[in-house]
Design a protein around this ligand. Structure first.
Ligand SMILES: C[S@@+](CC[C@H](N)C(=O)[O-])C[C@H]1O[C@@H](n2cnc3c(N)ncnc32)[C@H](O)[C@@H]1O
Length: 272
């Protein structure tokens, strides 16, 4: 039987500072149990007797940082999440932007895409809009290597698909051993990549986006990290491009560079 290791307040603060400095995720004091619980198994796997030893390991083992990101990220997501925002996208903004692009590919970035449900949902709407022949390019990025690996596999269970209509299920998925697999036509539109939103060099490499979706991801950041990430998004968007944040989020007190626009009951942000 494994004896659980205790995480002292002092070591928790060191771990919290380390995580914050590497990826911007800020863990409140009240969430100490979360770090303690999620890292417990890892200590066991690595045969470590204390959290101090784990912090030491992180300093010289680069791969361990990747594992840490996998353990501390919350990857809750689903297909067709936050329908009002999606409606604003495919009913109002997509037709407008498509017209202005006059046949050139639309570029979309799902930043913090988790296991892929968001970018695949967008790809399905693009196919609906274009009658099945979209030339759009969707980039899905996430900090977690496990999430990206799962997104590339593109196999989903009932929970992920609980909001999918029978029509979409029939059209864009096939039954396979592990669940429902996203069809090749949808997969073809999406490219996945591991990327840290606080990595300035990587962020500066993304340009010419027409839409950025960063929903339910910046909620783990404090205001100063949000400001930095949103300023990267500003530079990544083409003039007139749109930033979507989660339904419970806002750029109020984060950035004045964007123009908030209400569409039905959804709020989206336009680069002026
Ligand atoms: C709750 S999920 C949101 C998924 C999807 N956008 C949605 O709204 O359904 C948050 C995702 O943000 C990712 N994330 C957190 N910090 C990140 C960072 N610094 N860089 C990139 N992704 C990050 C996590 O790995 C996780 O997959």
């Amino acid at each position: 039987m494994f004896n659980s290791v205790k995480l002292s307040n002092e070591t928790f603060h060191k771990a919290r500072d380390y995580i914050y400095s590497k990826c911007g995720i800020y863990i409140q004091d009240t969430k100490k149990y979360l770090v303690e619980n999620r890292l417990q198994k890892r200590l066991q796997e690595k045969n470590l007797r204390s959290f101090e030893d784990y912090l030491y390991l992180l300093q010289y083992d680069k791969n361990e940082q990747t594992q840490l990101f996998n353990l501390i990220t919350t990857r809750e997501t689903s297909f067709f999440r936050e329908p009002l925002l999606l409606e604003a996208f495919y009913k109002v903004l997509l037709p407008q932007v498509s017209k202005s692009k006059a046949g050139k590919p639309i570029n979309i970035w799902s930043a913090g895409c988790s296991t892929g449900e968001e970018p695949y949902t967008l790809a399905m709407y693009l196919l609906e809009y274009s009658g099945g022949r979209s030339n759009a390019k969707i980039l899905g990025t996430d900090l977690s290597s496990d999430a990206i690996a799962s997104a590339k596999r593109a196999v989903y269970g009932d929970y992920s698909l609980r909001n999918a209509t029978p029509e979409f299920l029939k059209k864009y998925f096939t039954k396979t051993a592990g669940g429902l697999t996203v069809s090749p036509t949808v997969k073809k539109l999406v490219q996945f990549k591991e990327m840290n939103l606080t990595d300035e060099r990587a962020m500066r490499g993304v340009r010419g986006m027409d839409f950025i979706f960063c929903r339910n991801t910046m909620i783990y950041f404090d205001n100063s990290v949000k400001q930095k990430v949103v300023s990267f998004y500003y530079d990544s968007l083409s003039p007139g491009g749109y930033l979507f944040v989660g339904a419970s989020e806002s750029l109020h007190s984060v950035s004045r560079a964007f123009k908030p626009m209400a569409i039905n009951k959804a709020v989206v942000y336009k680069k002026g």
